[in-house]
Design a protein around this ligand. Structure first.
Ligand code: MN
Length: 193
């Protein structure tokens, strides 16, 4: 089985003016496609692994019997594929963060505004390429952190709930070095009440 790009259920310009159409198109057709292609290429070398689901690849990546260089390639590209697939989905114009999660956010962080501040700080202060996350831990509680490169919370045993890509390729065409503006504008896309 070969991994493929998931269908994007909205137009490249649908998130304008917060994320521009050109960034969306390059991000989806070039960057995400490259993670998919490299994931397929590394899996070709390990015939036993492709039968595993993407989640199984991510949660097991540190345990598989494989060359260490290939393990890094698998970690980066399975993560890249999973992270971007999730990111497109939560930014979809038809996706709403469900009421139950919104209530849990208020209960955990005090208010939606305080959650946004904590999440934005994690995204803004992350050094270099990576992601900011709201996740559900294995204990059932929710928390915010950032990960480097394309590392997935699934590898840590956590379930992604909200994600923000803070790689420069996600914002540089429109925002250049202004990561903070990209982050504050991005909240206009996420339908979190
Ligand atoms: Mn990206």
């Amino acid at each position: 089985m070969k991994y493929t790009l998931p269908t994007l259920n909205y137009a490249y310009g649908a998130l304008e003016p917060y994320i521009d159409a050109q960034t969306m198109e390059i991000h989806y057709t070039k960057h995400h496609q490259a993670y998919v292609d490299k994931l397929n290429a590394v899996l070709d070398k390990y015939p036993d692994l492709p039968s595993k689901s993407l989640n199984e690849l991510l949660s097991g990546v540190d345990k598989f019997n494989m060359d260490e260089k290939d393990r890094i390639t698998l970690r980066n590209n399975a993560g890249g594929h999973a992270n971007h697939s999730f990111f497109w989905e939560i930014m979809s114009p038809i996706k709403e963060i469900d009421q139950k999660l919104s209530e849990e956010i208020v209960k955990t962080f005090g208010s939606v505004d305080n959650f946004k501040k904590i999440f934005s700080d994690a995204a803004a202060s992350h050094f270099g390429s990576g992601w900011a996350w709201l996740v559900r831990n294995s204990s059932g509680t929710i928390s915010v952190y950032s990960t480097a490169n394309q590392d997935s919370p699934i590898t840590r045993g956590d379930t992604p709930l909200i994600a923000l890509d803070v790689w420069e390729h996600a914002y540089y065409l429109k925002y250049q070095n202004r990561r903070g503006d990209y982050i504050s504008n991005w909240w206009n896309i996420l339908k979190l009440v």
